[in-house]
Structure formats: C-alpha cells, structure tokens
Design a protein around this ligand. Sequence first.
Ligand code: PGA
Length: 251
Amino acid sequence: MARIPVVGGNWKMNTARSEAQDLLRDVRARLDGIAGVEVIVFPPAPWIADAADMLCSSGLRVGVQNVYWEPKGAFTGEISPVMIGATATDVLVGHSERRHVFGETDAETNRKLRAVLDAALRPTLAIGELREEAEGGQTEAVLRRQLLGAFEGFEALPDNLIVAYEPVWAIGTGLAATADDAQERCALVRRILAERFNHSSADACRVQYGGSVNAENAAGYAACPDVDGVLVGGASLNGASFEAICRAFVA
Ligand code: PGA
C-alpha cells in the first residue's frame, strides 16, 4: 500500500513574531509546491494567522499544537477547534509535552481527538513511552494503552488521521531512535491499529517517527517501510534542515 509520507514541523513555544515570519518565508521559498511528501508546520498559536496568510496556496499546511475540546464558552485561555478551522487544517493531539508537562490523560486526548475530527480538522495523534517504561519492557503496553485510550468509542479509524510515534526519551535529547527501532515501533503501532480496527485502515494510516530527527538521520527513517514521515521539533526551526528532512522523504 503506497502511503504518501508526511512531515510535520512542531515549533513548540519558540519564535518571536518577526522570527516566525522570517521562517515561514524561508520555508515557503524552499518547499513551495513540493510533491511526493505532505508538509505541515505547527507554529505557536499567536502566529497561525500569519502562517495561513504566508503559506496560502503553497501546498504547505498549517497546524496548531493543541486545542481544547469544547467549541466555545467560558474556558479562559483555551483554543477552540472550530475557531482554528478558519486558519489551520491540522492539529497535534496528545504530544508528549501535553501529556507529561501538562498532565493530559488518555481520556482528555480522546476528547480532543473527537473535537478535532468533529471540526473537520486533521489530527496528528502523538504517542510514546517514557525512558523508564522502555527500560522496563513496557513499550508495547504503553503504546497499546495510549492508542486504545485515544480511540475509545471510535467505530472506525479516521482516514485523515496521522499517528506520530515519539519515544519521550528521544524528544529534544539528541538521542534519536535508530532507524531499525523506529521501523519496529511504527510497525507495532500499525499492528495495534489493525487489531483495534482492521487491516485495510491500518495499512492506509500514516505513522510517523519523532524524536531528535535532523537533516542527517532523516534518510534512515525514510528508508523504513513502516515509517511514513517524521514529526520534527528542534530541526524544524531551521529552514535548511527542515527542507532537507522533507526532501529525504521524496521517493
Ligand atoms: P525534537 O522534538 O525533534 O526536538 O526531538 C520532536 C517533537 O517533540 O515532536
């Protein structure tokens, strides 16, 4: 099954507005109209409207890093998926920093995932085990728990959903998983999706690797049959690195 690879650039809570505009301009100049790989940039929420304007009709998509699950109301400081639909197409759900810095649970991830889909946005669902869970041989159990929790009550695997497998110990540490390990874990994610839903939807679902991806190691992941792209943090803040990573996935 041919899956079009997809690369996400998660800027996290970085960039002043002028830096964001410079980076958007640079990313557009480098990747405008790129074929064979889908590209999504996830700038900080205050720069989403700038990103939507500056990447307009480039083929590059704009996403947000987090949303709340309610469409509107008295939820001071939160962002509605419905509002996001005016400027962005994609949303990160369940990123490791949401889970481990802000204490988001699997049940909250499930509510966010539903809200994102209800707003006709495309979710990138991030999952991954902590170092101690990996060392304790619990990786499979953790991935299974996070996936089953996120999909609680779902009848079908949404066809516009991306899963990002990001081992927490690899995020921002420079300790990237080897390509073999990324392949094995992404294949495991696909097996769990096939068990929970069915083979054809699991086969069609894009599964990314994330965690210290850079311009040098991206080609190794691109060569893995079950790694359908990467979710990039630090290296997405540099236009040249991000371009090289995206191009590594063009067949
Ligand atoms: P990193 O972050 O590439 O800086 O390790 C990845 C992520 O958090 O998505």
